[in-house]
Ligand binder design. Structure first.
Ligand SMILES: Nc1ncnc2c1ncn2[C@@H]1O[C@H](COP(=O)(O)OP(=O)(O)OP(=O)(O)O)[C@@H](O)[C@H]1O
Length: 351
């Protein structure tokens, strides 16, 4: 049979056939993802340390799954069992009960195969080699994970650029600041071919700007490479910024497992922040009489008042302001954040 030749698309503006092919590929990829086993599945995991009266049940019947290509935050107060869960998934702790599968492969039955594409940055830093330079570390961790560093040299260069390490690529890690060492740890994890990555406190010790850069670049790298990430952090802004979903643990159990948006959706708007120029003491006193005022600030000739109330209360408030002849310049809602949701769910325990 004579083979039919078809022109290949050139660049982005291919033929309509090529566009249809691309769409088919995308549909196929989605279908494969939908039928493929999840990146991680944890089923009935339990672990008790010690025995008798000193026994501590760190993890008690924990189950959850992490879909491929998703970023899941693991949260909980100190001692909730997060580290024990992560170490059980990574095979560093042997659970008493339960199973862990990575891409459908049982980690206890087939550890080599299961962990082939897994890497982790635990307890705030990876054991980077301080005498090696930044670039040498990336090459070293690629090599020990079974990847030829020359074959992924481009990836290393872009990681160095994305994490703002390019200017220090040939500096020994020991001469870097703590925050930079932290970024080298992250880069070393991302330098390998791992597509399931555990990051414990990846922004620990970073200043605000570096933390923001790292979050932004992490999101970008994760999306570009379709990585699956389990991230634990005590910094709720990091979780809110980077994660699609959150698993909250308390006393060894999972107490919430939902998307960040749904978790916050379960909490009402806390109140309203209003701003105007015509507030006098009498108006503020009248507001205080009827509402819970959480803040009053005066600057630039304007008064900012924050009131905790629901939407019905807000209409009452606007009536009151009208009666006092106050014109509002701005009204903003005060929304709950993950920190508050977390504190409410865990009973306000320290993280
Ligand atoms: N090797 C161990 N021997 C004895 N008890 C342990 C051991 N590891 C953890 N525990 C206990 O298990 C419980 C859960 O600890 P785990 O470190 O998993 O919690 P965590 O949520 O990671 O806490 P943190 O946020 O403080 O790191 C704690 O009471 C801890 O003291």
């Amino acid at each position: 049979m004579a083979s039919q030749s078809r022109e290949q698309p050139v660049g982005r503006s291919g033929s309509s056939d090529a566009v249809a092919d691309e769409r088919d590929d995308e549909v196929d990829a989605r279908a494969r993802r939908a039928t493929a086993p999840p990146a991680i599945s944890v089923e009935g995991l339990s672990k008790t340390f010690g025995s008798g009266p000193d026994a501590v049940t760190a993890v008690n019947d924990v189950s959850f799954t992490v879909e491929r290509g998703s970023v899941v935050g693991l949260l909980g107060p100190n001692g909730a069992g997060k580290t024990t869960t992560i170490k059980s998934i990574l095979g560093m702790v042997l659970p008493d009960e339960g199973s862990v599968r990575i891409r459908g492969i049982d980690v206890h039955a087939n550890p080599r195969q299961a962990y082939r594409h897994v890497d982790a940055m635990l307890e705030g830093a990876r054991n980077d080699y301080w005498r090696l330079t930044v670039r040498e570390n990336l090459r070293y961790f690629s090599t020990i994970s079974g990847v030829d560093p020359n074959a992924v040299a481009d990836r290393h260069e872009s990681l160095l650029a994305q994490l703002d390490l390019a200017g220090r690529a040939d500096t020994p890690v020991r001469d870097l600041s703590r925050g930079m060492k932290q970024k080298v740890s992250l880069a070393s994890v991302l330098a390998t071919d791992a597509d399931v990555v555990f990051l414990d406190e990846p922004t620990l010790g970073l200043d605000v700007e570096s933390s923001l850069t790292l979050r932004r670049e992490l999101r970008r790298i994760v999306a570009e490479r379709g990585l699956t990430v389990v991230l634990s952090s005590h910094d709720m802004d990091v979780i809110e910024d980077v994660c699609d979903r959150v698993v909250i643990m308390s006393d060894g159990q999972v107490i919430a497992d939902d998307s960040v948006t749904s978790l916050l959706g379960g909490f009402d708007t806390h109140g309203y922040r209003i701003r105007g120029q015509d507030f006098d003491e009498q108006t503020v006193a009248a507001i205080r009489e009827r509402f819970e005022v959480t803040e009053v600030e005066r600057f630039d000739g304007r008064v900012h008042v924050e009131v905790a109330t629901d939407s019905a209360g807000f209409y009452e408030l606007t009536d009151l302001l009208e009666a006092h002849g106050v014109t509002l310049d701005a009204v903003n809602t005060v929304e709950p954040d993950l920190e508050e949701a977390f504190l409410e769910m865990t009973g306000g325990g320290a993280r």
